[in-house]
Structures are given as C-alpha cells and as structure tokens.
Design a protein around this ligand. Structure first.
Ligand code: UDP
Ligand code: MG
Length: 136
C-alpha cells in the first residue's frame, strides 16, 4: 500500500556555512525525495526556542537554540513513501560518531551539536514542524 508522507528537513548552520546546501539536496533527490517546498532563513533565538520546545527541559536546550539561530538555515519539506523514517535513516544517528556509513551525519556532521541536518521524528511532529515554517 502506498504511504506518501511529508517530513521537515533542515540544513543546519554548520552545513550552510560550509556551502553544503546543494550537495545535501542532491543526496535527498538521489534517494527519491521530492523537495516540495523550501526556503533559506535565519531564525531569531526566540523562534529557535519555539521550534525546539520539546527539548526545553534538556541541559543542551539553550546552546541548541543559540546554535540553530546562529546563521542561515535551509528548511525543506521532503516528500516520499514513508518519508519520515526514510529521512531519519538517511540522516543517521544524532551523534555523527555513531552514524553509519552512507548517512548525511556520518559524511558531514562535525559533532553532536553541529550535526548538519534536522529531520522530523514522527507523523505528528512532521505536521507541527511543517506548519511552523510554511503555514502563512
Ligand atoms: N543535541 C545536543 N546534545 C545532546 C543531544 C542533542 O546538542 O546531547 C542537539 C543535536 O544537535 C540534535 C538536537 O539537539 O540534533 C535535537 O536532539 P534530538 O535528540 O531530537 O536529536 P535528532 O532528532 O536531531 O537526531
Ligand atoms: Mg529530534
């Protein structure tokens, strides 16, 4: 049965700074993700705090939000069969040290905080995150 999904992907500041935007998009396209919406923006610290609200009790929350708002990011809606899980697999583990060969974080991630990409982790969060960036 077909299960076309949309997920939210972010190319984070460390990757945008290193001009990896086109390379990373090419990886998604080669894995049959369609980029159905995209924009390059820079979040304010407050906007980053709202986006990462699920992590507000974590010790890394403040640094995470400062980092996400530290430079331009590329936000994309990716569409594919089972896009949410497929994107999580293609991204690799949160810590690039643990990420498998062939994943984006293995290839480009610098550290657990500068891990180059974000991807929604559930259907519910994909909807919330897509609306966060693309609902007018
Ligand atoms: N993060 C961090 N330190 C940690 C755990 C996470 O800086 O100990 C950052 C990391 O950049 C990660 C983000 O917080 O991508 C969100 O964490 P999550 O557990 O949701 O990982 P993800 O879903 O991005 O793999
Ligand atoms: Mg997450």
């Amino acid at each position: 049965m077909s299960n076309l999904e949309q997920t939210l992907s972010i190319i984070k500041p460390d990757a945008v700074k290193r001009n990896l935007e086109n390379e990373i998009k090419e990886i998604f396209r080669n894995k049959d993700f369609n980029i159905v919406n995209e924009k390059k923006i820079q979040l304010s610290k407050l906007e980053a705090e709202e986006f990462y609200k699920v992590h507000e009790t974590k010790p890394f929350y403040d640094d995470l939000c400062a980092y996400l708002s530290s430079g331009p990011i590329v936000v994309m809606v990716l569409e594919k069969e089972n896009a949410i899980v497929a994107n999580r697999e293609l991204m690799g583990a949160t810590n690039p040290k643990d990420a498998k060969d062939g994943t984006i974080r293995k290839k480009y991630g610098i550290s657990i905080d500068k891990n180059s990409v974000h991807g929604s982790d559930s259907i519910e969060n994909a909807k919330i995150e897509i609306d966060f960036f693309f609902k007018n």
